[in-house]
Design a protein around this ligand. Structure first.
Ligand SMILES: *Cc1c(COP(=O)(O)O)cnc(C)c1O
Length: 392
């Protein structure tokens, strides 16, 4: 819906009940009261006027604290996840860093043993420098037994987990976390709002690397935190972003907002393509195993079918029968899949993951990670087939 709201997009009309997909498509649409522009301007001003009474007439004072393009993105991001408020950061890691830095010395935190390696490295470092205890759980069933009531402060869940795509049951993690009086934060980068809404499953805070499905075009780095009303960490997170200067820049916020308008269709197409690729490769003799939550053979399929209601996403991994040399060869032989790290863009990517993570990686060396994009699926299947068949 289009409302006249000056240069700050504001598309929440309380009288109109709209589906989340519609909100995403219309994100940021408005009518600029001066120019009539239908799309938001990029506001680069770092500072904002005070009025005759020396008051700030709007929500903005200085752009390191907040600015119109970040605010526009945050308003939409909060709606997509069914949250009260959102904060946009200069990268996913800046957002994670702000959150992990709220864990006090002497407290206890938990995270999956296999997860996005950068975030785990940060958590391990912070546990050492700040002096909190950290447990890395193998399976979500362990969360309950590892809880230390009164001491556990934060439980971090990533689902599906990078790069094995195990599925963590958010609802049961939330029950265990709440019983222990801790905060449940979910990295839902790989399962964005078209398929999973962690706050509705009991999580307190959701994180997205906006670099991935939100931006969707591999051309912007950003991160988002979204929370329910009255989240006790929220004032501290706002303060941390201002003091550390880690807000997302105006143009980058504009790009993420532009990207998320097609989030739902991109996610649907990536999911359909990935499912077809996964099914096809299951039959291939050079592939020992396909790890994809959409396959019935996947151990997390039962939870995924309840928790990923809008598709299983574009991420899958292959374990190759020919071991590490075969994985390395395959990742350098495709012509449509781009040999590069990252995920969630319109273009398909292939990666020999252990090489990307470095010497401390615990990822199986025969693993090839695919980010399936939105190309014609027959081209993708043929490309992977050619890269594998050269080995036979
Ligand atoms: C990329 C990624 C991050 C980190 O986000 P950046 O935007 O690269 O800083 C965190 N978690 C997951 C699952 C990711 O894929």
């Amino acid at each position: 819906m289009i409302v006249d709201s000056g240069t700050v997009p504001e598309n929440s009309d309380p009288d109109l009940e709209l589906a989340t997909a519609t909100k995403a498509v219309q994100a940021g649409l408005h009518r600029d009261s001066i120019t009539g522009a239908a799309n938001p301007a990029i506001q680069l001003s770092t500072t904002f006027h005070r009025d005759a009474d020396y008051q700030l007439p709007g929500d903005f004072n200085y752009a390191r604290t907040n600015h119109p393009n970040a605010a526009a993105l945050e308003s939409v991001a909060a709606q997509l996840d069914g949250g009260e408020s959102a904060l946009a950061f200069a990268s996913g890691m800046a957002a994670i860093s702000a959150l992990f830095n709220t864990i006090p010395a002497g407290a206890h935190a938990m995270a999956p043993r296999i997860m996005y390696h950068g975030a785990q490295d940060l958590l391990i470092k912070l546990s050492e420098t700040k002096g909190f205890a950290l447990d890395l759980y193998e399976h979500d069933r362990e969360i309950e037994s590892l809880m230390r009531p009164g001491q556990t402060d934060l439980v971090w869940v990533e689902t599906p987990t990078n790069p094995m795509w195990d599925v963590i049951d958010i609802e049961s993690a939330a029950v265990a976390t709440r019983a222990g009086g801790a905060t449940l934060a979910v990295d839902s980068t790989v399962a964005p709002p078209p398929t999973t809404r962690p706050l509705e499953l009991g999580a307190d805070i959701v994180f997205h690397s906006a670099t991935k499905y939100y931006g969707g075009h591999s051309d912007v780095i950003g991160g988002l935190l979204i929370a329910k009303p009255d989240e006790r960490r929220w004032p501290g997170l706002i303060e941390s972003r201002t003091l550390n200067g880690s807000i997302l820049a105006p143009f980058d916020a504009w790009l993420v907002l532009r990207g998320l308008r097609t989030l739902f269709v991109r996610y649907e197409r990536s999911s359909a393509n990935a499912m077809a690729v996964a099914k096809h490769l299951t039959e291939h003799p050079a592939v020992a195993r396909v790890l994809y939550p959409g396959l019935e053979s996947h151990p997390g399929h039962g939870i995924a079918s309840r928790q990923m209601t809008g598709g299983y996403g574009g991420m899958l991994s292959l374990l190759l029968a020919g071991g590490e040399p075969a994985a390395r060869r395959m990742a350098s032989r495709t012509k449509v899949f781009v040999p590069a790290t990252s995920l969630g863009g319109v273009e398909s990517l292939i990666e020999h993951r252990v090489a990307a993570e470095g010497p401390n990686s615990i990822v199986p060396p025969d693993l090839v990670r695919l980010s399936v994009g939105i190309e014609d699926v027959n081209d993708l299947i043929a490309d992977l087939g050619r890269a594998l068949d050269q080995d036979r």
